[in-house]
Design a protein around this ligand. Structure first.
Ligand code: SF4
Ligand code: FES
Length: 204
């Protein structure tokens, strides 16, 4: 193949690997803001394509089968934390989930423990903000006269290394959704808050 030959399309690649699988998405639907809404499951069937993620699949469903389906994605790269949902019983990032790693029947539900916006969309930001305000997960300065215009001091590289893993929390909410204690105790803070408080304490 020459360097200028076009890349094979997703459909062509799927055909080369054999017939595309039919995927059936069983999606828990509900709009708590609509008094007439009753929680129920809708089933959507689409053809799998090579390299298909749940982000691609859900957008195809919304574009071709049901424009009212609600879900959240922003970065599509595991960075923003907005696409957490329960995928076949497991809270996971949908943008990082390949359909080839799932069976043909895929159950999708919103993350529990968070306020439901609609269908697969939940308000993790409200929970994270409440947790952050309860625990005061920000840097508390011992200096009463803080000069907000001063140049930020460089962080010691060893300290940066030590807090690297904790600082990587993207506030997706999957750990909270997977935790039975978070469901039983409203004040339970979970792994996300451990990251936030330890990071704030380390840099204070
Ligand atoms: S600690 Fe929890 S909220 Fe943070 S990235 Fe991990 S699973 Fe998501
Ligand atoms: S869309 Fe940003 S983490 Fe999935």
């Amino acid at each position: 193949m020459s360097d200028t030959a076009p890349a094979p399309s997703a459909t062509a690649a799927a055909t080369a690997a054999g017939p595309a699988r039919k995927l059936r998405f069983h999606v828990l639907r509900h709009d708590p803001h609509d008094p007439a809404s009753v929680p129920h499951t809708d089933v959507f069937e689409i053809d799998e394509a090579a390299g298909m993620t749940l982000f691609i699949a859900l957008n195809e469903i919304r574009e071709t089968l049901d424009a009212s389906l609600a879900f959240d994605f922003v970065c599509r790269a595991g960075i923003c934390g907005s696409c957490g949902m329960v995928i076949n019983g497991r809270p996971t990032l949908a943008c990082r989930t390949l359909t080839k790693d799932l069976p043909t029947d895929i159950m999708l539900a919103p993350l529990p423990a968070f306020e439901l916006i609609a269908d697969l969309s939940v308000n993790t930001g409200k929970w994270m903000r409440g947790m952050s305000e309860r625990l005061e997960t920000w840097v508390h300065s011992l200096d009463e006269d803080v000069d907000l215009r001063r140049i930020e001091a460089p962080m010691d590289p060893d300290l940066a290394d030590r807090i690297y893993e904790l600082d990587r929390c993207i506030e997706c909410g999957c750990c909270v959704a997977a935790c039975g204690t978070a469901r039983m105790r409203e004040d339970f803070v979970g792994a996300a808050s451990s990251s936030a408080t330890t990071t704030a304490c380390s840099v204070a």
